[in-house]
Design a protein around this ligand. Structure first.
Ligand SMILES: [Zn+2]
Ligand SMILES: [Zn+2]
Length: 226
């Protein structure tokens, strides 16, 4: 196959390259994500990203409106476009000044997203090992760390129920997740830990007691029927 790179890898590579300059206006071109629809309808560009000049003062674009109206009776223009890896300028049709601007890749945002993707990958790999080694200490650390990506925290919340011990319950209870999905996974995991260790929390003092205890050993309350 010619396309040996994933879309992510293509983007990563293009972000490292120097932005080409539009030959009509000398403005740096923007990386533009080809919409999925276009790629499937037979008009595909054969690449997930293109360089496009989005300068509204660009002579090619500015004169394009009149040219299209006079010659083709169409209310549209075109912007200068360049295939990645080539410096051969081509035209891409646009139908409004805002047309296609939604797909401009902001290099800074894209880089932040990539950092997040890397962090998530790394975190999930660490958790795979934690699960095999029943390393609940590290799992709890990742679950309660605001530094970890949400997906990593969610995964930690899920596996702690399988590998966690009773000591894990308090740190989970004390943690603030700010995310309903993670909170629910953490609550479910606490239930799982209790099931595995035949324990529960005393409804009076919240201390952990044996599931079948008739009297709480911490607060001496009667547990009958509770
Ligand atoms: Zn231009
Ligand atoms: Zn109690």
């Amino acid at each position: 196959m010619f396309h040996a790179e994933t879309k992510d890898q293509v983007l990563e590579r293009l972000l490292r390259e120097d932005k080409p300059k539009c030959p009509y206006c000398e403005t740096e071109m923007n990386l533009w994500e080809v919409p999925q629809l276009t790629a499937c309808d037979g008009l595909g560009w054969g690449t997930p990203y293109l360089w496009i000049c989005f300068n509204d003062e660009c002579t090619l674009y500015a004169n394009g409106w009149e040219n299209m109206r006079e010659n083709y009776g169409r209310n549209s223009s075109y912007r200068c476009m360049c295939y990645p890896g080539t410096h051969k300028p081509e035209c891409i049709p646009v139908f409004s000044p805002e047309g296609a601007k939604g797909q401009i890749i902001d290099a800074q945002v894209a880089k932040q997203e990539q950092v997040l993707v890397q962090k998530t990958k790394k975190g999930l790999a660490v958790l795979d090992t934690c699960k095999v080694e029943k390393n609940y200490t590290t799992t709890i650390k990742m679950l309660t760390s605001a530094e970890q990506p949400q997906r990593v925290r969610l995964k930690s919340a899920e596996i702690i129920g399988e590998i966690g011990t009773i000591e894990c319950i308090e740190p989970i209870r004390n943690a603030k997740f700010g995310n309903d999905l993670i909170q629910k996974a953490a609550d479910d995991s606490i239930k799982k830990i209790h099931e595995r260790f035949f324990t529960r929390e005393c409804p009076h003092c919240a201390e952990i007691i044996k599931k079948r205890a008739k009297i709480c050993k911490h607060c001496n309350q009667d547990m009958a029927g509770k």
